[in-house]
Design a protein around this ligand. Structure first.
Ligand code: HEC
Length: 158
């Protein structure tokens, strides 16, 4: 049995429709482009996403070696000690030493304070021409994730 011209065009239409649906769907690994933030002194006072984060989610993210990477360098009262790094200051009691706004800037863009810092800038807009276009607008963590970390680290008091 051969397909009539009508069948062919309707199946073409459905293929096209499927293609358009894929186009319309957000890319799988889409990250929000960074929201503007204001640095005052050594802090970003306002939450990036306009609202405070969730400390419990922040604790989980802090211990996630693959997503946040924090424990590759930092130690503190989170996760197994033997899996924690020693390249960076221990974060025990960081909530006493730094305000939430100071913690926020350090996660967003430590290099703004210490240009040679090992610590990745987690929310800075990558401006280096070396960065491939596909990565330029993608922060390492979302605004909401950064706020979760700020909320959690602010609870670390001695
Ligand atoms: C590649 C190593 C590295 C990673 C990964 C890293 N940091 Fe850091 N961090 C540092 C270093 C080093 C410093 C100290 C400042 C400096 O000398 O650059 C620092 C400083 C800080 C400070 C300030 C500490 C203080 O006592 O003043 C905070 C807060 C912080 N990091 C949070 C984080 C969080 C949260 C993450 C994960 C989202 C993270 N860091 C990931 C290396 C790292």
């Amino acid at each position: 049995m051969t397909a009539s011209p009508a069948d062919t065009s309707s199946s073409l239409a459905s293929v096209l429709a499927a293609g358009l649906a894929i186009f319309a769907a957000p890319p799988l690994y889409a990250q929000e482009a960074p929201l503007a933030y204001a640095v005052a002194g050594d802090a970003i006072e306002r939450p990036l996403a306009g609202q405070a984060g969730d400390a419990a989610r922040g604790a989980a993210l802090m211990g996630d070696r693959h997503k946040s990477l924090c424990v590759l360098c930092h130690s503190g009262p989170f996760g197994p000690v033997q899996l924690q790094g020693t390249l960076a200051p221990d974060l025990t009691g960081i909530g006493d030493r730094l305000s939430p706004g100071q913690i926020r800037l350090r996660i967003v863009d430590m290099k703004a304070l210490q240009p040679e810092s090992l610590m990745p800038a987690y929310y800075r807009i990558a401006d280096a021409p070396r960065v491939a276009a596909a990565w330029r607008e993608k922060p390492l963590l979302t605004a909401g994730e950064i706020e979760d970390l700020v909320a959690y680290l602010s609870t670390l008091k001695e």
